[in-house]
Ligand binder design. Structure first.
Ligand code: HEC
Length: 230
């Protein structure tokens, strides 16, 4: 007499679990780069106006980050973008210095006092002197180790204003707003310092550069003397 074989289930319980897990794992596959989200400034048909960006709720008030004052936060007079001025000059003829300087404020957005200059001195020595030198002569330690030498604040012309407007303007005479633009956006081989230096401190640094220029820039001999001692 033969014994009936015990009935084997078609699939064992563990294999069913493995198969289902694999199935779900595939179904849920998603990389971090492909998150379902609306990217900035993209079209999104879900909203009536078709924009992904949602406007702030009516009555929203900016706290702390409102940058309404052009003088304080850009150094540029209203509507005066350098690109616009450049476009007005397609032939790239040298602009008269007064026209080249016109888009920038040539004043400070708040009163300059000793405390501000001292703050500027501290910030300048931390962030700028490594390249520009402690006197602003353009021979900081990084330059002595081979980095492109920046122009001297005391005796050289602005390279940026030359590039933008063709005008030869000494940095001594470049408007304060122009300095603000350079610190904020960088120029040429110099990177932007907007992440490290807040707008008020940028003006403090400019006030300190003006005081360095007062001390060294008036006499070329003294400006050269500054070159020897970074
Ligand atoms: C890593 C070095 C470095 C640091 C740090 C640096 N600069 Fe410069 N800066 C340069 C160089 C290089 C140039 C010239 C760029 C060129 O000609 O391409 C320059 C140019 C300038 C100019 C003149 C632009 C013109 O029109 O000729 C100003 C003004 C200036 N820097 C201000 C500052 C201030 C203020 C700081 C500190 C917040 C600072 N820089 C920090 C390297 C530096």
């Amino acid at each position: 007499m033969t014994r009936a074989k015990p009935k084997q289930p078609l699939f064992s319980a563990p294999s069913v679990v493995v198969a289902l897990t694999a199935l779900f794992a595939v179904g849920c596959y998603q990389t971090m780069a492909e998150q379902p989200k609306i990217k900035m400034h993209t079209v999104f048909s879900f909203f009536e106006d078709g924009r992904g960006n949602r406007p702030p709720v009516e009555g929203t008030v900016a706290r702390g980050m409102l940058q309404e004052n052009d003088h304080m936060f850009t150094g540029l007079k209203e509507g005066g973008t350098v690109a616009a001025w450049k476009n007005q000059n397609p032939a790239k003829e040298a602009m008269p210095a007064e026209v080249a300087k016109a888009p920038y404020f040539a004043t400070f957005p708040f009163p300059v006092d000793e405390e501000l200059i001292k703050r500027g001195q501290e910030r300048f020595n931390i962030y700028c002197a490594v390249c520009h030198g402690r006197t602003g002569a353009g021979n900081g330690m990084i330059v002595q180790r081979g980095f492109l030498p920046p122009p001297s604040f005391h005796v050289d012309n602005s390279r940026g204003l030359k590039y933008l407007t063709g005008a030869g303007i000494p940095l001594l005479e470049a408007p304060e707003g122009y300095y603000f633009q350079v610190i904020t956006h960088g120029f040429g081989a110099m990177a932007s310092y907007s992440a490290q230096v807040n707008p008020r401190d940028r003006w403090a640094i400019i006030a300190y550069i003006r005081s360095l220029q007062e001390a060294f820039g008036k006499s070329p001999a003294r400006a050269d003397a500054g070159k020897e001692k970074p």
